[in-house]
Design a protein around this ligand. Structure first.
Ligand SMILES: Cc1ncc(COP(=O)(O)O)c(C=O)c1O
Length: 383
């Protein structure tokens, strides 16, 4: 846990805005994930935060990786580039899933020599994979309920139960090896029922596929979605893990020949970063106090737009009365509103600092250079 004192010292050295990543917290989250889901190999979803040092720390902890682009592949590859070629291939084959169901021809051609595991969810993709990456294994991405998730993914990806068998056998007929099934219940899913329904659907499809004579499916990928503890309304991860373990043990018992993997992103990185920003302006508009800070929704707080996430601010100066304020980002754009309901001290002034915890996921990852403001400086602590 990074203290206010440490944050202040970092600001003295580096200025603001800062994006401070705590690697002890990363290791801790990874270990909580492993401890609570002992049968599940964690493939960190690099998209949540692709900082190379995050990938390195998790690599050293024994994580595998979910990638969705060549750039993410390269970030992971950097960690194994000095291994002999065969060992590189073996490691990539075992530890990387390309989990974007729609892939460009070029991407597939570049990846083919590593025989990666690819997800797919439609007929066109089978043809494309056959043509551009015929040596890869494939897993069918199922469409499952994303009800109650903060970020919904099921309208963009996933084959329905009705389509699943047809697609699996079409891929097999095309000469591809269908290794298993994957799903994603939606990011920041606090509705644990989504996981239960999805695991049950997957078990049913495994059974139907076996009944039709194909017994090479040996992988179930339960995706991401594991919620970060943004506030007290999020039930403990241990509660979700207990329910997942029970359902996995019932439907995919140990020894049944199916390996279980997951693609946690947010759960691993959300609590591992803190943003520190400085108040650069103060105004009263329509009777409401407004603070303008040097980071915003085009930068570290981009998750307000892309991730539907609401972050909160803590002042370093805690004295005096508070009021509900608006916090704006630094750009000239009217969209650059971080929060309209922050309770902050009224006495804060230009130069005072604010910090936002739990901002490690889908934040810096989607930061831009809009309006000439560069992304916040990234600082790593406890490396
Ligand atoms: C295919 C896939 N896997 C994993 C993740 C990571 O999800 P989360 O950050 O909710 O754990 C995502 C996020 O969009 C995804 O699309």
């Amino acid at each position: 846990m990074i203290t206010e004192e440490t944050l202040q010292e970092l600001v003295e050295t580096h200025g603001t805005p800062l994006f401070v990543i705590d690697h002890d917290e990363l290791r801790n989250n990874y270990s909580i994930f492993k401890k609570n889901l002992p049968r599940v190999q964690a493939y960190y979803a690099v998209k949540a935060n692709p900082e190379p040092l995050i990938v390195k720390t998790l690599f050293e902890e024994g994580a595998s990786f979910d990638i969705s682009s060549i750039a993410e592949f390269e970030t992971v590859y950097e960690n194994i580039k000095d291994l002999p070629e065969q060992e590189q291939h073996d490691w990539l084959w075992k530890n990387v899933i390309y989990a974007n169901p729609i892939k460009a021809d070029d991407t597939l051609k570049k990846l083919n020599k590593y025989k990666p595991l690819l997800t797919f969810d439609n007929r066109e993709e089978i043809r494309k994979i056959k043509e551009c990456a015929p040596d890869s294994g494939v897993a069918l991405r199922l469409r499952v309920s994303n009800a109650g998730a903060m970020v919904e993914l099921s309208s963009k990806f996933g084959a329905s139960h009705d389509e699943a068998l047809e697609l699996i056998f079409e891929a097999i007929d095309a000469g591809l090896i269908v290794e298993g099934l994957s799903f994603h219940v939606g990011s920041q899913t606090t509705n644990f029922e989504n996981y239960m329904q999805a695991i049950n659907l997957a078990a049913l499809i495994f059974k139907e596929v076996k009944e039709r004579g194909y017994d090479k499916m040996d992988l179930l990928d339960i995706g991401g979605g594991f919620p970060a503890p943004y506030d007290e309304s999020v039930k403990p991860f241990s509660e979700l893990a207990k329910r997942i373990n029970t359902e996995l043990d019932r439907l995919f018992p140990v020894g049944c020949g199916v390996d279980i993997v997951a693609e946690p992103g947010r759960f691993i990185v959300a609590t591992a970063a803190t943003a520190v920003s400085k108040i650069i302006g103060k105004a009263v508009r329509h009777g409401k106090l407004c603070y303008y800070i040097d980071d915003g929704v085009y930068h570290t707080f981009s998750g307000v737009i892309f991730d539907h996430c609401q972050y909160h601010f803590e002042p370093f100066k805690k004295d005096g009365p508070t009021e509900i304020c608006t916090v704006f980002g630094p750009t000239c754009d009217g969209l650059d509103v971080i929060s309209m309901t922050e309770e902050l001290p009224s006495i804060l002034e230009r130069g005072d600092l604010l910090y936002s915890k739990n901002i490690g996921a889908y934040s810096g990852a989607t930061s831009t250079y809009f309006n000439g403001f560069p992304p916040a400086k990234v600082i790593h602590v406890n490396l």
